[in-house]
Every structure is written in C-alpha cells, then in structure tokens.
Design a protein around this ligand. Sequence first.
Ligand code: ZN
Length: 348
Amino acid sequence: MTSDAAGNDLTRDLETFRQEATEKLASATSAAEVDELRIGYLGKKGALKGVLRGLGKLPPEQRAAAGAAANLVKTAIEEAVATARERCGGPVAKAGPTLDVTLPGSPAPIGSRHPVRQVARRLIHIFHNLGFAVADGPEVEDEWHNFIGLNIPPDHIARDPSESFYIEDDLLLRSQTSTVQIRVMENREPPFRIIAPGRVYRPDTVDASHSFQFHQIEGLMVEEGVTFGDLKTTLRLFFRQLFQKEVELRLRPSFFPFTEPSAEVDLRCPFCGGPGCKTCGRKGWIEMGGCGMVDPNVFEAVGIDPDRYTGFAFGMGIDRMTMAFYDIPDIRYLFENDVRFLDQFGIG
Ligand SMILES: [Zn+2]
C-alpha cells in the first residue's frame, strides 16, 4: 500500500466514523444513551482514539492534513452530542475551550537595561556624588550649539558637511555632547557643575570599533577660581570610584577649539595594571577622552564673564567604556539589539 493510499484510507475511515456517530446520536432517546455514545466515541478509550492511532503511520507530510480532518470530525461529534443532550434533557456541554485555573501560568519574559545604559547610570551616580547634575539637550541641533558657540571656526575640518549628518542647512544630528555645555551656559548663571550623557552621530564607516552613532558623557564645571588641578582631581576621583581602586592618570597636551589648554586623558590600564593586555591594546594605557579649561571665547559667546569665571570641561566615550568593562569585542553588538546578546547583562 502506498502512503497516499494510507492517507486516503484514513480520511475515508474518519468520514464513515463521523456518519455513524452523528446518526446514532441523532436517534438516541435518553440522556444516559447519549452519554454512553459520547464515551464510546470520544472517551479516553473511545473509537476516535483508535482511528487517530492510524495518524502515526502516515508519512509526516500527510499528518497535518489528516490531523485537521480528525479535529473536524471530533468537533462534528461534539456538536451532535450537545444537540442530543438538549433534546434528551441531559447536561449541555459548555461551548468554547474550558479554563483550567490550576495550570501553572506561562512566564512573561523580563526585560533588562541595555549595557550602555547600565554603564551610563554608574557614571551618573559617581558624578552625582561629586556634585554634578545631569543636563540634557536635543539630538537635532543647530550650528550655533554644535559649532559656533564652541569656538569651532567655519574652516575647521569638523564643519565639513561630510563630517556630520546634516538635515537642513542649519540643522544636523549633534556630533558631540558638548552642545549641552552651550545650552547650559546660555541659560544659567555660574556656579554650576553638570554632566550630559547622550547619543551623538558622525558619518563614520561602521566596523568593530566605529559606528555612526555612539554615546558620550560630557562634563562641565564653571565657578570662580576653578583650576586645571580641580579638573585632574575630579577625573581622578571619578576613575577611582569607577574602578574601585587607586588609578594613575596621564594628561597629554592636545588641542580642542573649545578648551585652552586642552589635554587627552589616558588611564593606566586598570585591567592589567600596566604591562599591557587585550583591553589596552598591549599599551598599558587606555585613552578615555579629552578635557581642558573652557576657552574664554566660549564664555564670551554665551555671555559669561571670562575675567570672573573659569571652568573645565571633559568628554568621554561611554561605548568604549562599556566594551572594556564587559569585554565586548565589537561595537556593533551594542546597536543590533539582539536579545540573546542583551540578556547576558542582567537586569541592571
Ligand atoms: Zn591592559
């Protein structure tokens, strides 16, 4: 016998079975008789179970269709039972699926904080303890806040239209969180200490260590008498809290349009302590970001008296820090939102 023939046989059996069962139920005359027929056809050891055993012998591709046909037959017999019961005065079966309240529930998946967000929260907490409040700004910015107020001249490489995501002539996706410095200084009177964690955008080619979107944290402190020493102390206290041990900082002279003097911040690798490891690229130092004293031109642009006030600013990459903390080899993992990856970082 071919497998097709087996499938046809089963379909024929089911049809004969349905006819016989519905006819007998239609001619039943008492509730007891209806119940007996019901058990005989649909019960645990009933005839339908016997027919269904034939399903297992079918080739897999025919099983679904035969199973569906068997379900139709079962429903037809259940309906005939209900009609017969109504006629004979027996209990009427409830329509629709029944609810078993004793079954255990299905567990709901619990979400977790993104690892970048977990690290950002840690940074915010540490800076909060150092007296810094969180400030915020829009991700779509104008050229004034992204460049002009920050003393970045029109011929600066960063102003090249291919270096930023322009939306309109004067509107772009912010390329740095330093924009928030300008927004704060425009609207507040010193003294203040703020940090601005957030997302920034640059048209970088995407690879394991670059993305067109990433996260920065910006810091700004403006008061009378703030010095470069205060800047270094703040950074040292911050890193000591972050890594929960004594840290060694190295400030290398650098240049940024909005700070003067400016420096790159290197941290003695907290993972290997200096000899070099995978995280520090065998260098023993990790580049954490840039910093410096607020340029007097920036103070003038926002209407703060540079003869009275001084201030420092710093900026660091949150994604790089997250990758170092969790030993994540590729920045793209942070933006793919693959739940199998994100699930590994706990609830946070
Ligand atoms: Zn190292």
